[in-house]
Design a protein around this ligand. Structure first.
Ligand code: ADP
Ligand code: MG
Length: 458
């Protein structure tokens, strides 16, 4: 199909609408809504075609992922795509006002100082400047920055960041709040963990018998950051209240950012309409950092004082959790200064010996037995005892299931390790647990908690 080349802004706009329709067909409605709904076609002062997008993050993302598609579509619609640019609409305004002036100008319009409570919610170290960006968290970081720059004005509302423990979710939520407060992109910012949210709600209901006042607390908030939202699982009352607050904020174009330890649709016992609402914004994950990112994190946290071989040793051994990476670094630096020695590879090996051997131990049958028996407050020996008492059989079946799932041991070995049982007993136990995970919320919670303690992400 060939359409008359653009000659006036009117035809440019209408041809771009046609292009958008074609693009929507190709990328699907969800991608379209996130990336294209707010775009406009225009021309630079020197006449080059350009697509206006909400901010730099959009510009970079669209250029990287959709430039070819857009060029092809423009050409199909008779528009010369040569020299196509992606331009943030906010750029002009931003570059015209240096930061300080910008802040002053805004202060004059809004002279009310931020309440101290608001600032103290944010950990001074959890900022965008201290966050190391790598392939594992690039999208989450970029989306967070976009939201911090223009809360409620992007299509990332709500923004949901999910991933395993110690991978930087809280850091990013805090960085958004910190940025919004210091750059004054939002006036009333609230960071709250889901646990605090739930406790407050329960408090209001029990002591004040009045959830309206609880609700009122959130009515002034422009940017709401709720950490660890998976904590709402299995709490229908709190979910209902959360949904009410959440909906009203979205209706008023106020920004919501959430974190979760898993993808929203995988949170058990969560109302379907809440999950659907999450899906209406942007959901992005954080993966464990790769070697290069781990090296960059170590460098950022330890500075240049750390010899390369030590940094490589640590990055090579602590692979899945930034919190652990940080903890071991602190231990190393503290110990070096305590003994008044320079940090060396030998010292690192000595200090990390226990951490690393702990990691090696992690996925052995012994470790699983230990964790399961601690969880059910029984002795390790009881797990192998020849009894059919339910309060032994269930933990034993769980332990067998976890061994099958997480160790490389054969069913025969697993059976032997649990009081010399036959491998068919192990199969039977695993099937039983698998089916109970589907039907029994308590079983799911037990397994999840145990998996957290035995997995490398713990
Ligand atoms: P989560 O909330 O995902 O469990 P946190 O945000 O608490 O993880 O991160 C754990 C620790 O690791 C924090 O001290 C945080 O500053 C640090 N951290 C995680 N990711 C990064 C990163 N990409 N760059 C710098 N520090 C990081
Ligand atoms: Mg956290």
């Amino acid at each position: 199909m060939l359409i008359t080349p653009l000659s006036s802004p009117v035809s440019a706009t209408s041809s771009w609408s046609l292009c958008l329709e074609s693009i929507r067909e190709i990328v699907g409605p969800s991608s379209y809504d996130t990336w294209f709904r707010t775009t406009e076609f225009s021309r630079t002062p020197d006449g080059l075609p350009c697509i206006e997008v909400p901010n730099q993050f959009f510009a970079d993302f669209i250029e990287e992922h959709f430039a070819e598609l857009i060029k092809k579509t423009l050409t199909q619609h008779g528009i010369d795509s040569q020299g196509l640019r992606f331009v943030p609409t906010q750029r002009e305004w931003k570059s015209m006002q240096p930061r300080a002036e910008n802040a002053i100008a805004k202060t004059q319009v809004k002279p009310i100082p931020h309440p101290v409570e608001c600032c103290s919610q944010f950990h001074p170290n959890y900022t965008f400047e201290t966050f190391v960006v790598g392939d594992s968290n690039r999208m989450a970081h970029a989306a967070s920055l976009a939201v911090a720059e223009a809360p409620g004005k992007t299509s990332f509302n709500p923004l949901t960041i999910y991933g395993g423990t110690g991978l930087g979710k809280t850091h990013l939520l805090q960085a958004i709040g910190h940025y919004a407060m210091t750059e004054m992109t939002a006036e009333n910012v609230l960071y709250i963990s889901c646990q605090e949210f739930t406790n407050e709600y329960i408090n209001y209901v029990i002591h004040k018998k009045d959830s309206t006042s609880f609700y009122r607390k959130f009515s002034q908030v422009e940017l709401l950051l709720i950490d660890d939202i998976h904590f709402l699982s299995g709490k229908p009352g709190t979910q209902k209240e959360f949904f009410r607050i959440f909906n009203n904020m979205l209706l008023e174009n106020k920004q919501i950012v959430l974190s979760s330890d898993r993808a929203p649709e995988k949170i058990p016992d969560m109302m379907a309409h809440i999950i659907n609402r999450f899906m209406g914004g942007l959901t992005t994950d954080i993966q464990p950092p790769n070697f290069e990112t781990r090296m960059a994190i170590i460098r950022k946290k330890a500075g240049a004082a750390l010899p390369d071989e030590v940094a490589q040793y640590i990055a090579g051994h602590i692979t899945s959790n930034v919190r652990e990476l940080e903890g071991t670094l602190v231990k190393l630096i503290a110990s070096a200064s305590f003994f008044g020695k320079d940090i060396s590879l030998d010292m690192a090996k000595e200090i990390f010996g226990d951490v690393i051997s702990r990691q090696d131990l992690r996925l052995t049958i012994d470790l699983i037995k230990k964790k399961v028996s601690e969880h059910f407050r029984m002795s390790v020996n009881q797990l192998s005892a020849h009894t059919r008492k339910r309060d032994v059989v269930i933990p034993r079946s769980i332990a067998m299931y976890l061994c099958k799932k997480w160790t490389k041991q054969s069913l025969r070995t697993i059976g032997l390790e649990f009081g010399g049982r036959d491998y068919s007993t192990v199969i039977h136990a695993c099937k039983k647990i698998e089916s109970e995970i589907e039907t029994d919320a308590q079983m799911r919670r037990d397994i999840e908690e145990l998996e957290k303690t035995i997995s490398p992400l713990a």
